[in-house]
Design a protein around this ligand. Structure first.
Ligand code: GDP
Ligand code: IMO
Ligand code: MG
Length: 432
């Protein structure tokens, strides 16, 4: 297929950055279509690590076009800081290789502040989400509430002041209610005008660019952020992010029709992790959880928080295969399981004395669901850096086959270390 959509099939941090980087060699354009700088995507190329939050992972490859689509919420200060940081690592970001949708929503300082205020208030009552405090939720609220400031507004000094008044009427009412200081019109105008000149050169009519490129036969790679279980509709609500993270959003979040999306590649970690609050049926609070966390370096790229770790949950990934329409998966971090005596995979749950095969939508039921496991023998050999099937021990192959069978999707790629080239190709998603 010409185009490929990469999505996380769990709670994020599955290794999307590594796989997008690997695949981007075969692509012409790499597009982010939702989320913002709550994402943390890590690429390791010849021992050098690049951490990207807003910029599509294709940015590190010369000759590719990186696109930030309209579905992204964009903090202009974060964008400029990331461009600068990459520049210091030798990656030049210019309007040649980066395009930003003129209809993307901006994250302002008041969004970040509101995110923090709400989380602080909720901490006292034990109801916090554990957000990244980047202002993601409040910015999406303003988008849907039709009071957001968008990229192209930075170029229109006629209409911008009225828009700032509109957003402030809402936010200052909230801030007064929370006992916080109000924000002045001048402060927001200053915040926006101070970045306008540096952001506007990247603006683009993205739907048109993609349409033209698609007609020319360009290969488009869509880079999802977060994971399907953090999806605002399909995730473990309310412990989710504020966007649709499933593959369908690649269309609405970029302006390219769904018929052209192509291969849907679900990035899937060989075990499960989650950052922040919320249900996690297969979580391991014992020494095995500790082992996975240490061996897998499971610390958040964005916030540095320790990621919670647990067994692979095939019931959840099977659900993601359905909600995304996953064609095949990239199984990552298999190497982290090396050395364990036995491995468990969750195949369904017991809920109030009944066996169920998917996690129910209700928060109470999610908290009560008890995983049902199958147990497999582990392997002692190292799989670190394996680059072919033949390098894998028999038990590791058995584990992979069991995963495929339980989730109902084949493994297209297998990753065995953070390094770009430690990747086994089974099926090329661009050729399938
Ligand atoms: P993303 O948010 O989905 O892009 O994932 P992150 O970059 O936040 O987290 C994945 C982490 O695992 C990163 O530190 C990667 O370098 C690392 N990683 C990716 N694939 C593998 C793998 O196959 N094995 C190991 N050991 N680490 C991996
Ligand atoms: P990548 O793209 C893992 C989680 C946060 C929190 C919830 C809501 O690196 O996989 P938000 O700030 O979005 O309102 O936080 O979502 N979260 C992620 N967890 N990986 C991510 O991105 C995440 N982005 C947000 O920890 O639980
Ligand atoms: Mg991440």
């Amino acid at each position: 297929m010409t185009n490929v959509v990469v999505v996380g099939s769990q709670w994020g941090d599955e290794g999307k950055g590594k796989i997008v980087d690997w695949l981007s060699e075969r692509a012409d354009i790499v597009v982010r279509f939702q989320g913002g700088h709550n994402a943390g995507h890590t690429l390791v190329i010849d021992g050098i690590s690049y951490k990207l939050s807003l910029l599509p992972s294709g940015i590190v490859r010369p000759g590719k076009i990186a696109v930030i689509g309209n579905g992204v919420v964009l903090d202009p200060h974060a964008l400029l800081a990331e461009i600068e940081k990459l520049g210091a690592q030798g990656v030049k970001v210019t309007p040649e290789n980066l395009r930003v949708a003129d209809n993307a929503t901006l994250i302002l300082s008041l969004h970040r502040e509101l995110d923090g205020m709400r989380e602080d208030a909720a901490s006292n009552s034990g109801t916090k989400i554990g957000t990244t405090r980047r202002g993601i939720g409040p910015a999406y609220e303003d988008k849907v509430g039709r009071r957001a400031i968008r990229v192209m507004d930075l170029a229109d000094m006629e209409t911008l002041p009225g828009k700032v008044d509109r957003i402030l009427t809402h936010h200052n009412a909230l801030r007064r209610g929370l006992g916080e200081k109000e924000v002045s019109h001048e402060a927001i105008m200053q915040e926006l005008t101070s970045v306008a000149d540096r952001v506007l050169p990247f603006r683009e009519t993205v739907w048109e660019l993609l349409d033209k490129q698609r007609r020319k036969g360009a290969r488009i790679l869509f880079e999802g952020a977060q994971g399907s279980l953090l999806d605002i509709d399909h995730g473990t609500y309310p412990f989710v992010t504020s966007s649709n993270t499933v593959a369908g959003q690649a269309s609405a979040g970029s302006g390219m029709g769904p018929g052209a999306l192509g291969y849907i590649l679900g990035i899937t970690k060989a075990y499960t992790t989650r950052v922040g609050e919320g249900p996690f049926p297969t979580e391991l609070k014992d020494e095995i959880g500790q082992f996975l966390g240490e061996k897998g370096h499971e610390f958040g790229t964005v916030t540095g928080r320790k990621r919670r770790c647990g067994w692979f949950d095939a019931a959840l990934v099977r659900q993601s295969v359905a909600t995304n329409g996953i064609t095949g998966i990239a199984l990552t971090k298999l190497d982290v399981l090396d050395g364990l005596d036995e491995l468990k995979i969750c195949v369904g749950y017991m809920l109030d004395g009944e066996q169920i095969d998917h996690l129910p939508a209700s928060q109470g039921a999610q908290a009560r669901a008890e995983p049902i496991y199958v147990t497999l023998e582990g392997w002692k050999e190292s799989t670190v850096g394996a680059r072919s099937w033949a390098d894998l021990p028999a038990q590791a192959i058995k584990y992979v086959r069991q995963v495929e069978e339980l989730i109902g999707a084949p493994v297209a790629l297998l990753s065995t270390s953070p390094e770009r080239d430690d990747t086994i190709l089974v099926t090329d998603p661009f050729e399938d």
